[in-house]
Design a protein around this ligand. Structure first.
Ligand SMILES: Nc1ncnc2c1ncn2[C@@H]1O[C@H](COP(=O)(O)OP(=O)(O)OP(=O)(O)O)[C@@H](O)[C@H]1O
Length: 294
């Protein structure tokens, strides 16, 4: 049960006349945390709706352990899709939700959920409609963390949480996946905070899969060179410079590509600082428009 494999092969999704997703192929395995990234409207939630069987692909297939999850009663409890919910009319408490969840998800760990509520400082006997947005988000997060479902999806689940709560959530993502290895998918806009959680990065751009790569491999796509302006310009003059930032006499160039050993030595001898790229900057540059919002 814990070793599920999720495969998406050549999946497309049309809604009415619009092509929302185009020819997506990817594979996910238990024990890994996947960071699903994409600009607004890229198709992240649409992709997650295929995985969680809210929608059926127009073409192509989605399988969990080789089976089609769509309207498959056996597979449904294996996938947990947590997203921002409007709880303004919800009179039930987190305890009620835990009991309900346990009824159809036998692997749901109530004791762990209660410990997590304590960690988030959530009163589990309080009705959800009397909680703040951030507290409601934390309840959602707990339901996913304690689900032990082989596929657990968090779609922007930290929206509304304050910084300490988000930090606590990140720690618990790693803890929960160590307790029960599963496929965890985190769709987020807070890329910079969550980088260290991801084993693999999946980028959706304009409805297509731009890439699926282990985080460390992805980050090796480029580097940053910082130093005196003229020296940096000279060093990167024949390189693929994605972005340049200047602060007084100092310049920092973001470059795509690898440095050979001799180039590293050359940089060192010129007192240039070579540093790895951050996921967020690489993601922004790879998905930016030529004009408009950057
Ligand atoms: N029910 C729908 N009917 C028509 N178009 C839709 C529907 N749901 C989504 N779309 C369109 O599909 C595209 C992808 O939307 P989706 O919600 O999957 O993006 P997203 O990557 O999750 O975006 P965001 O980061 O803004 O949440 C958008 O252009 C959106 O307008």
């Amino acid at each position: 049960m814990a070793n599920s494999v999720l495969e998406i092969k050549n999946a497309s999704l049309d809604i009415k006349k619009d092509r929302i997703l185009e020819d997506i192929t990817l594979k996910m395995e238990a024990g890994k945390v996947y960071g699903l990234l994409g600009r607004n409207g890229a198709g992240k939630t649409s992709l997650l709706s295929l995985i969680s069987s809210f929608r059926k692909p127009t073409r192509g297939v989605v399988t969990i352990d080789g089976q089609d999850p769509y309207e498959n009663a056996e597979l449904m409890p294996k996938v947990d899709f947590l997203y921002e919910v409007d709880y303004s009319e919800e009179y039930r408490t987190p305890e009620d939700f835990c009991r309900m969840t346990k009824r159809y998800k036998q692997d749901f760990d109530i004791d762990y959920a209660y410990a997590l509520f304590d960690g988030f400082r959530i009163d589990r006997k309080k009705a959800l409609n009397r909680m703040s947005k951030g507290q409601q988000a934390a309840v959602n997060a707990v339901l996913g963390l304690a689900s032990n479902s082989p596929i657990t999806i968090f779609d922007e689940v930290t929206n509304g949480m304050d910084a300490p709560s988000r930090e606590y959530f990140y720690q618990k993502v790693l803890e929960a996946n160590a307790r029960t290895p599963r496929i965890m998918i985190l769709s987020t806009h807070i890329v910079s905070e969550m980088e260290y959680l991801f084993d693999e990065v999946i980028i959706i751009h304009q409805g297509r899969l731009m890439l699926q790569e282990p985080l460390d491999i992805f980050l090796e796509r480029g580097f940053r060179v910082t130093g005196p302006k003229e020296k940096v310009e000279h060093f990167t003059r024949e390189m693929d410079v994605l972005a340049t930032e200047s602060l007084g006499p100092t310049q920092s160039d973001m470059v795509l590509g690898h440095l050979e050993e001799t180039q590293m030595k050359d940089a060192k001898s010129r007192y240039l600082n070579i540093t790895p790229l951050k996921l967020q900057e690489l993601f922004i540059r790879m998905t930016e428009d030529r004009e408009g919002v950057q």
